[in-house]
Design a protein. Structure first.
Length: 299
């Protein structure tokens, strides 16, 4: 980059409108939470990557129509993108004021109280009979989940397979042919049916299940959730070791994308009832530790 280009970038940074800067940060955060690369969002929204880059940097004065396309591709309301989703009614404003400046623990208690009030809280004992494993791909949800189910003598449910059953085709076909909105509907339906059919089970969930609040609330209400953690490097190594080279194929920014996804989702994964770090452990060590943690919670 030449000196002139550096100075031009610095000028743009200095001239960024605070609203556009905040808007760009929300777009970037929502994209990371959904696990979408900028290219994927570009294809889904029909907005150029260059335009999206400017939007995320806070230097693009995007039209309302462009923002609407981006919001639809991200599966969120335009108001959420603009940061104004809690001004829809006087009750929203009063609730927002009650929650303002509360810490995470207080907000969690409030969420659980609301879940109980509206009949979505589930029963503590029933939740413990369903163990749901959450986390990024490569955390060990499938391999450890199958072994955990065998040890606990309960069914093992791979939610991705249930989504394919509901959708009538593979996960990639659902995404490519039907789009993210259809995938989210099938994911919600698959989880609802799994909860109805299996009072006792170990469930391996897709990494992006935390991206849809209604579906994640349903999971938290009816399952004892465990976040399987690992470093971004270990996630990537495990995916490649499974024979899937797509994350590395022609994408030099694969690791940075993965780190952004993990950063965007970590606060949601952290809502799990428990967290277990599989990093630096053999398969046997990870299984023994997970079984011990789950058994302790159920005892």
């Amino acid at each position: 980059m030449t000196q002139n280009e550096i100075e031009a970038t610095e000028r743009r940074e200095a001239e960024r409108d605070p609203f556009l800067a905040a808007l760009g940060e929300r777009v970037r955060s929502l994209r990371a939470r959904k696990g979408m690369t900028r290219r994927a969002l570009s294809l889904a929204s029909d907005v150029s990557e260059r335009h999206l880059a400017n939007l995320e940097l806070g230097i693009g004065n995007a039209s309302v129509l462009v923002l609407r396309q981006v919001a639809l591709a991200l599966g969120c309301q335009l108001a959420e993108l603009l940061g104004d989703e809690t001004t829809a009614s006087p009750e929203w404003l009063l609730i927002r004021d009650l929650l303002r400046d509360r810490d995470e623990d207080a907000l969690r208690r409030g969420r659980l109280a609301l879940a109980q009030l509206y009949g979505q809280g589930g029963q503590p004992d029933a939740r413990l009979s369903r163990i749901a494993l959450i986390g990024l791909r490569g955390a060990g949800k499938s391999s450890l989940g199958a072994r955990l189910a065998e040890a606990l003598e309960v069914p093992f449910v791979e939610l991705n397979r249930e989504i394919e059953r509901v959708g009538g085709c593979g996960i990639h076909e659902i995404h490519n042919l039907l789009g993210p909105a259809a995938y989210r509907r099938y994911e919600r339906r698959a989880l609802e049916e799994t909860i109805q059919l299996y009072p006792d089970a170990v469930i391996a969930t897709p990494g992006g299940i935390v991206s849809e609040p209604a579906t994640f609330n349903l999971l938290l209400a009816h399952c004892y959730t465990v976040w399987l953690q690992a470093s971004p490097e270990e996630h990537m190594q495990r995916v490649v070791a499974q024979g899937d080279l797509r994350p590395m194929a022609g994408n030099q920014e694969a690791m940075e994308d993965l780190k952004r996804i993990l950063a965007g989702r970590s606060a949601f994964y952290a809502k799990a009832d428990a967290a277990f770090d599989t990093g630096g452990k053999t398969a046997e060590q990870a299984f023994a530790g997970l079984l011990s943690a789950v058994s302790a919670a159920r005892s």
